[in-house]
Design a protein around this ligand. Sequence first.
Ligand code: SF4
Length: 303
Amino acid sequence: MSEHTFATLVSRWYERNARDLPWRVPGVGAWAILVSEVMLQQTPVVRVLPAYEAWLARWPTPAALAADTPAEAIRMWGRLGYPRRAMRLHDCAVAIVERHGGEVPDRLEQLLALPGVGTYTARAVAAFAYGQRHPVVDTNVRRVVCRAVAGEPDAGPATRPADLVATEELLPVEPAAAALASAAFMELGAVVCTARSPRCAACPVESICAWRASGQVAPAGPTRRPQRYAGTDRQVRGLLLAVLREASGPVPRQRLDQVWTDDVQRSRALAGLVTDGLVEPAGGESFRLAGDGPPTPAPALDA
Ligand code: SF4
């Protein structure tokens, strides 16, 4: 397969079919793109949209967020899930102000040095905000490349250096065209070459897809099951955080005890929130969101 054929076909398809999303509006800015990328990592687009709009309306710049407390970031995160991302965005905003005068940097190594910004997010910002040529590899892109180029059904659970190399080889040389192709690969994986039911008849690379040509042999071994949520520590953490988000001050432990009957699991979930820096002791037997007041001595979590 010609790399250029692949990128050209997918990019042309993207230009005709891309979803109209606010972080794709020309000139939207690097901060907005960074916020969208962090939110989209573990949350579907439809849930991200209102949170993204509200977040940027309140904090249109890194400086605006950095001037607010981490507790407010956690409150605004609401029920998006995986709330450590709110802390990471706050830490990132502070670092952008301190190191880069409030402007999201455009160099990959500077982006990678920001707190909580990893391989994917740094390259996504460099490509989509600054039009640079970088392989932007999320789960969707990895799957598309694995299927269409390698002829394999799926790419496994984690992005590897080999995935970056394989994707970069598909990118056009010219940076703006490469950035467009990166967005196009992601979109193709998100809406056509999906994990469970690829719509090959609607795919722009059907005629050159290696997996399609090989007869689409299903992966060997058990299929991955969706993650359970009910009854997990994640659910308990979410319930505890919901109470703390709603409170305007410290919350007594007795109030938190009401959210879940299993004492051991509830204590473990609360301890996890404290360890992750999302929640902090607020004196006596009470807790609050991180940074929501002056420091206080920590009570024993298993009391
Ligand atoms: S032809 Fe099918 S398997 Fe191949 S890239 Fe397109 S949607 Fe995916």
